[in-house]
Design a protein around this ligand. Sequence first.
Ligand code: PGA
Length: 243
Amino acid sequence: MKIIKANDYDMLSKTLASEISVYLDKEDSLVCLPSGDTPVGAYNILVDNFKSHSHDIKCKFVGLDEWVGMDKNTNGSCQEYMDRFLFSPLNISLGNIKEFNAKSKDLNDELNVMDKFIKENNGLDLVVLGIGMNGHLGLNEPGTSFDSYSHVMNLDNKTIQVAQKYFENQTTLSQGITIGLKHFLESKKLILVVSGEKKKDIVKALIEGDVSENLPASISKLHHNCILIADESALSSVEDKYI
Ligand code: PGA
């Protein structure tokens, strides 16, 4: 795993935006991007670039995850977030976005359809992920098998507590539907992005610790082409020899 240390959040956002922009014009690329606070700065840069030199975005997108029972019409859901910050401002056509229907009565079917879609498109070319306060990737919580493709996950208490920041009112969350860790491992390029002092302990555990299913983010150390983009405060507890 290559580490790119950014001086601050602005620099982190510029670095991430330039990594993502390489894929946007490629018709045959399949890209999976996260919701969450961390990538917002990069998405704003991509939207500003798009507005100043309007050009068609040609790649296809896979929706990373969703809270079970929600969809794009639920304020604060993952899909509403992606639509608000990226897909709508970039004029992405619905036909180029493949997302789970987390309201479906048959979630197993949703999993099969997504796995088949990714396979038929020759896998994910680029996956970008934030890291949860508990080390989750997407909604793959601690303890998830590294062998899992798309699946439904019972949410960790930490995730339920942290996720309240996305909703106006206290919201009951119990399960998520998510692209799996094996998909991330099989992607052609994996980028983890992490910012801020509140993530310094989990970043230290990731960089200095072992690869373990108890820390889903550690699967990135098994990936052949992975970058961690982190700002100084997220790296502030990591010993210099690792950076
Ligand atoms: P954040 O979320 O970017 O809002 O910190 C990351 C995550 O929980 O995956």
